[in-house]
Design a protein around this ligand. Sequence first.
Ligand code: DHB
Ligand code: FE
Length: 283
Amino acid sequence: MTAIQETATAAASGANATERFKSDKFAGVAGTPPERVSLLAREVLEAVHGTIRKHKVTYDEYNALKAWLIGVGEDGEWPLFLDVWVEHVVEEVATEHREGNKGTIEGPYYVPDAPERGARGSVPMRDGEPGTPLTWTGQVTSTDGSPLAGAKVELWHADADGFYSQFAPGIPEWNLRASFTADDSGRFEIHTVRPAPYQIPTDGACGKLIAAAGWHAWRPAHLHVKVSAPGHELLTAQLYFPGDEHNDDDIASAVKPELLLDPRSVDGGEAIEYGFVLDPERS
Ligand code: DHB
Ligand code: FE
């Protein structure tokens, strides 16, 4: 680990994730009818009330909750908190109708408009980028089996120290982030390096909860992707490596058996073959 990366803090990566979310994501839900807002807000609050009654929550515990919630905001950790402990159920509900790949959570570290590398190429990386070189080939098809020429495969992942460019300091802007465009057969070939398991920041409010509850802070090593093609539903997924000790207890509950890779050793690294099936958009 370099000296620069050691200065990565929850507050800094959290603030970056919060700013990124505010600038990109929130198109708003202004048209939501008050009945829907009322229903959802009431039922969430009722679930909280039920927990307080069931476990006879004390004033000290209530005040600890208040202090902790204030801390989550101050550390910019709302994106991290929600993506680790809530997003996986939203994803489950959003994709349950799909016949093709269902995917998994996006997490807080996606950045749009990464450098374009065509159908075959390497993600941007530093000279001597640490980590086992990985060659990934695959095909994007529709649910009827037809290849999706021109499908976009956006890839982003942590480096061999578990850090994401643009969220940890000292890493070039687009390191280990790129966009690929499938060829006429829907195929692509990506050269990157194997990421390390990722520990969610332990020095912020989320870390305090993890420590106080006696949990661990780990996600298994993973590659993030967004796969898209005209007329098809966007697929957001992550791919995992067999044998990772956190595949079975991912803190973000985002591992699914169908997202496990099957790497083979090749000269100078590893090779994987993994493709995607996209559902046509519903009319
Ligand atoms: C978090 C980080 C990730 O890399 C991810 O995939 C999901 C969640 C997080 O820190 O919240
Ligand atoms: Fe991640």
